[in-house]
Design a protein around this ligand. Structure first.
Ligand code: FE2
Length: 304
């Protein structure tokens, strides 16, 4: 990627996916431009259009604790934390960021999907994506429940690595990540830390990021040679706080020395035509209730 240049590869993938998934692209776009308020209404209240929460400069946070199904999400998440938190479940994961969801969990804990597929959350994502969203069909999975815990990382005191370093996500542009704090998060929890889209654009140009020869991960030293460290924003807060962010436009890192464990739900919403080619080889599937609305189906149904 470094040799060819990430920007070039992403451009190629986008063009290819626009051709390969043109039918699907058309369906999502038509639903968005023609019928979206009605689709939201049929999917359930609150269905305001334009949405109450809108991304500005690449992000928006909501601390109102009023988003649909959030209380159920927090209850069901607490059950998962009680049952699985603080333990190594698999050695194939990043040691500082571990998944707590197992097969069958989206059926067992239905609030997790009910929240992300609610009209209010989908409206915010759709407005930013300018189309009807897709719950990520490949990597990253559309739904993750992650624990960041320094006690589970044998190299917790070593240099920062992988997603502990600044980067922009590659899988699509635009995209919307929705992060939910399942427990209170402080600076000791290795919070998700990001730069706004305008600061990121400045850094991207100065670092020649995604151009040929530039690394995917950026050290703090590199980043803070082109921007002021005070421009970094930490997603700390009370449980139930929600961050909407375009992580392909906003540099970010997280899970740094989480001495107080961080539990966070992470959802990935994309457009139908991504900037990677993984989708050609496999596809995540999500449970669809028999009475699912047309919008919910469109966001989660399999394409194959
Ligand atoms: Fe990322």
């Amino acid at each position: 990627m470094k040799r060819v240049g990430i920007a070039r590869l992403r451009r190629f993938a986008k063009i290819y996916n626009r051709w390969r998934y043109r039918g699907r692209n058309r369906v999502h776009r038509k639903a968005f431009t023609g019928d979206f308020p009605r689709l939201l209404q049929e999917n359930g209240a609150p269905s305001a259009w334009p949405p109450r929460i809108q991304l500005r400069d690449g992000w928006a946070r909501d601390d109102s604790l009023t988003l649909p199904h959030l209380d159920r999400v927090l209850e069901q998440s607490a059950e998962i934390v009680r049952e699985r938190g603080g333990t190594k479940h698999s050695s194939t994961q990043q040691p500082f960021l571990r998944g707590l969801l197992f097969p069958g969990d989206l059926e067992r804990y239905p609030a997790i999907l009910d929240f992300i597929l609610s009209s209010e959350v989908l409206a915010t994502a759709a407005q930013h994506l300018n189309t009807t969203p897709v719950l990520s069909k490949t990597l990253p999975p559309g739904v993750r429940f992650m624990e960041s815990n320094a006690a589970l990382d044998p190299d917790a005191n070593g240099p920062f690595r992988e997603s502990q370093l600044y980067h922009l996500d590659l899988h699509d542009t635009p995209l919307v990540y929705v992060l939910v704090l399942v427990e209170d998060v402080t600076e000791e929890s290795g919070p998700w830390t990001f730069l706004s889209a305008s600061t990121s654009a400045r850094a991207k140009a100065a670092l020649r990021y995604q151009r040929r020869g530039c690394d995917y991960r950026i050290t703090d030293e590199q980043m803070y040679s082109v921007i002021d460290p005070k421009e970094a924003i930490s997603f700390t807060g009370k449980k139930g706080s929600v961050l909407f962010i375009d992580s392909s436009d906003c540099f970010h890192y997280g899970s740094r020395r989480a001495v107080r464990p961080r539990f966070q739900l992470m959802y990935g919403l994309t457009t139908p035509c991504r900037c990677d080619l993984f989708q050609t080889s496999y596809e995540n599937t999500y449970p669809i209730p028999p009475d699912a609305s047309a919008l919910r189906r469109m966001v989660t149904e399999p394409w194959r």
